[in-house]
Design a protein around this ligand. Structure first.
Ligand code: NAD
Ligand code: LMR
Length: 325
């Protein structure tokens, strides 16, 4: 007999990312191939019609695990009994903008959604914020949900992590799966720190195979600015790759991973990152919970780049503190 369905809420359901994400979730890629899925789609009132159309297409796909779809513009309804929430709904940046420029427009979305999650979601709710600036939006939602354990609020760093693996695989002519112990620290912004200090490829040190100038001058900025590069080339911000990363994130959170991945979660104060800031860390996942990789020895270069992220995240937090309720 199949288990009870899992209820998954997705905001921004009529948007670009959702158009890829919803099919991956409904195919069982987050909770596994044996777990039926109920979808709850949240949109703003002017886009619920479009979201209804997306729901019709999902139904037309005859996906074996998909049980029920609700479309609503009420956060309380969307998060009622939700076991997982993908908070995607927010404005994307355009050419020449930084993600933090979106804080003024998007920050206001996440307080009410955090409160609705607090009051209506299931006890095991897991939240991943995709809407930018993702780390600080996750902080706003978390601060608005005092009854939910803080570590259930995360932000997406997995796209950055996947971009790092992809750049590296291309450089060394190997597969992305050949790497271990890659991490992207800090903020999902141009300040992020894709760190190869601990990385191995097929068991050998990556740092011994790459040129330091390429690492500092090309790899780090290319990964950190890849979102802007996609906007420049595609004319719109990344969508399918973001959806794919969000599925990777939730799958590993729910189903576990012994391999390091990068997740932004409320800091426990490790590695000089102020407690409570939602920052990217190296993590594994066991028993349905993320665990920050502990005991790593950081060098000066790593400490300096992580500190830049801490400063930026503190400034973002300062700018939105009025939204914490
Ligand atoms: P989009 O404009 O195509 O879709 C966003 C959707 O959100 C729209 O349909 C809009 O109506 C809806 N929306 C707006 N406010 C809402 C609210 N309060 N409740 C529910 N829905 C709401 O944008 P997109 O391309 O899907 O991107 C969505 C967000 O994800 C953007 O902020 C973008 O910058 C971000 N993003 C993040 C990452 C990441 O790695 N963290 C990657 C790519 C994109
Ligand atoms: C990305 O990294 O692709 C997204 O955060 C979109 C953006 O604005 O760069």
């Amino acid at each position: 007999m199949s288990p009870n369905p899992v209820k998954i809420a997705v905001t921004g359901a009529a948007g670009n990312i959702a158009y890829s994400l919803l099919w991956r979730i409904a195919a069982g890629e987050a909770y596994g191939p044996d777990v039926p899925v109920e979808l709850s789609l949240l949109e703003i009132p002017t886009a619920t019609g479009a979201a209804e159309g997306v729901a019709m297409e999902l139904n037309d796909s005859a996906l074996p695990l998909l049980r029920n779809i609700t479309v609503t513009d009420r956060a309380e309804t969307a998060f009622e009994g939700a076991n997982a929430a993908f908070l995607v709904g927010a404005k994307p940046r355009g050419k020449g903008e930084e993600r933090a420029d979106l804080l003024k427009n998007n920050g206001g979305i996440f307080g009410p959604q955090g409160r609705a999650i607090n009051d209506h979601a299931a006890a095991d709710i897991r939240v991943v914020v995709v809407g930018n600036p993702a780390n600080t939006n996750a902080l706003i939602a978390q601060q608005s949900a005092p009854d939910v354990p803080a570590e259930r609020f995360t932000a997406l760093m997995r796209l950055d992590h996947n971009r790092a693996l992809s750049q590296l695989a291309e450089k060394l002519g190997v597969l992305t799966t050949d790497f271990e112990d890659v991490v992207v620290w800090g903020n999902h912004s141009a300040t992020q720190f894709p760190d190869l200090s601990f990385a191995t490829v097929n068991g050998e040190s990556v740092m011994e195979k790459i040129d330091h100038d390429w690492y500092v001058g090309e790899f780090i900025p290319r990964v950190a600015k890849r979102g802007a590069e996609i906007i420049e080339v595609r004319g719109k911000s990344s969508a399918a790759s973001a959806a794919s990363a969000a599925v990777d994130h939730m799958r590993d959170w729910v189903q576990g991973t012994e391999k390091w991945v990068s997740t932004a979660l409320p800091s426990d104060g490790s590695y000089g990152i102020d407690e409570g800031l939602v920052a990217g860390f190296p993590v594994t996942s066991r028993g349905g919970a993320w665990e920050i990789v502990s005991g790593l020895e950081l060098g000066d270069f790593q400490r300096e780049l992580i500190a830049k992220n801490v400063e930026e995240l503190k400034a973002e937090r300062h700018a939105v503190e009025a939204l914490f309720k």
